[in-house]
Ligand binder design. Structure first.
Ligand code: AMP
Ligand code: MG
Length: 422
């Protein structure tokens, strides 16, 4: 049987004192490293996957010179000067996918559609709106320049050029870009595996009948959903009661089968906080008090080499700590080299907000646009850390910085849209 070996990643002072949000995140990021290996997937399965090798273009894009507009292709030596007019014979029409088989002569023009290959002998296209047509003659004036409306071969991407770097989490336009190179399969990093369990004698799984004094587990479902959206494999270990031997068993199972473990509950100073006891028995882990609200108590470390996040019990605290701490660490474990920077906006408060200096607060807010187009925000109802409704109704975190005090009506605050997070 594997024993639980828990390592510390911060010094004694930090284990007993209070950490700022920034310091806590820095310690966590310092303690995790990439866990994934490589696999090949078809491009249709590649969105949101992380590139495992640089992607080099095997071809020029576009592969041939082509017209950027619907118009008339011609040789620029025929362009008139001053107020003169040129008249050329129109010798046919080229559509995309059907190249012209001969060389265009100097006194000839040819009708050409957008994307169609430029014929040899032509280097310029005049938009159809800028010419006069009479039977098979085309007439144009001097307001045109050499080479206009022509897309050159390799103008977008040159053959041999690195198009995307290792560690890029592929977006839909990037998948399109790869397809435009004719590449059907890509090397991506394997998904990481996360084991999740909830703790608490009072916590019921869905399907269990209601019991006096008990609550339904929400944390496991929100955490698992968040992990799935990030592309993790999830091992659901259910609810583990406040019983040291059961908790020890769960940690053993989780650390043997996953790259990262998430638990919720049992990390604060309370009688039933067995997570702490069990892990303290087994070794040394960080039980931090982070200067934040919600989410003050949080456990972090490694169990048998597996990264461990002991998130708080309160459902809102779980979501806040997951997105502020676990998300950046998961991106590092997955090998994402350019984590999407979660954008923040400045918005004007439509109501005052009470805030104590000395901790970072992540209030839940509703962001909207005023009639004049400025961003405005108000909190989404009751802000207790157990009131998940406040998150479910919100569309942003209102981030109130460590040193800030009460916020008055009309003051600017930083907000972090959920759409950038999940
Ligand atoms: P704890 O840190 O274990 O004392 O939990 C703090 C609060 O969160 C208590 O009110 C718990 O009942 C609640 N809680 C703990 N785990 C869950 C869960 N999985 N789902 C919903 N609420 C929970
Ligand atoms: Mg508990």
């Amino acid at each position: 049987m594997k024993t639980i070996n828990v390592q510390s990643s911060c010094d004694d002072e930090e284990q007993t004192g209070t950490l700022t949000v920034e310091d806590a995140l820095r310690h966590m990021l310092d303690a995790v490293s990439e866990r994934s290996t490589t696999e090949r997937v078809h491009l249709t399965q590649a969105v949101d996957r992380v590139l495992a090798k640089p992607l080099v273009s095997p071809i020029n894009v576009p592969s041939h010179r082509n017209s950027a507009v619907d118009g008339y292709a011609l040789n620029s030596s025929t362009l008139p000067t001053n107020l003169n007019i040129t008249t050329l014979n129109v010798v046919g029409k080229i559509v995309a996918g059907h190249p012209y088989q001969s060389v265009l002569k100097q006194d000839e023009a040819i009708q050409i559609m957008t994307g169609a290959q430029m014929p040899e002998g032509a280097d310029t296209v005049i938009m159809q709106e800028h010419v006069e047509i009479e039977q098979n003659l085309v007439r144009f004036d001097s307001r045109h320049s050499v080479g206009q409306n022509v897309r050159q071969a390799g103008e977008d991407i040159k053959q041999g050029q690195t198009v995307l770097e290792t560690g890029v989490k592929l977006t839909p336009p990037q998948v399109g870009l790869i397809a435009s190179l004719g590449i059907a399969e890509v090397n991506v990093k394997t998904a990481i595996t996360a084991a999740v369990f909830s703790t608490g004698d009072e916590v019921l799984s869905l399907g269990q009948p209601p019991r006096e004094g008990c609550i339904y587990d929400s944390n496991r479902y929100s955490i698992i959903s968040a992990l799935k959206k990030l592309g993790c494999h999830v091992i659901d270990l259910g609810v583990v009661p406040d019983d040291p031997s059961r908790l020890k068993e769960a940690f053993k199972l989780a650390s043997n089968s996953a790259d990262i473990i998430f638990t919720s509950g049992g990390v604060s100073v309370g009688e039933a906080d067995f997570t702490k006891q069990v892990l303290a028995d087994a070794g040394n882990i960080n039980f931090w008090k982070v200067a934040m609200k919600p989410g003050r108590p949080i456990a972090f470390g490694h169990v048998n080499g597996t990264t461990f996040f002991g998130l708080p019990g309160n459902p809102v605290a779980v979501m806040v700590t997951f997105y502020q701490f676990a998300l950046p660490c998961l991106q590092k474990l997955m090998g994402v080299k350019n984590p999407l920077i979660t954008p923040t906006l400045k918005a004007q408060c439509t109501k005052g907000i009470r805030k104590l200096p000395g901790r970072t607060e992540f209030q839940r807010g509703i962001l909207s646009q005023s009639d004049t187009g400025t961003w405005q925000v108000c909190t989404s109802g009751q802000q207790g850390s157990g009131i998940l409704r406040s998150m479910s109704d919100a569309n942003v975190f209102i981030i109130l910085e460590h040193d800030r005090g009460n916020i008055s009506v009309g003051e600017q605050v930083n907000v972090q849209p959920f759409s950038g997070l999940f």
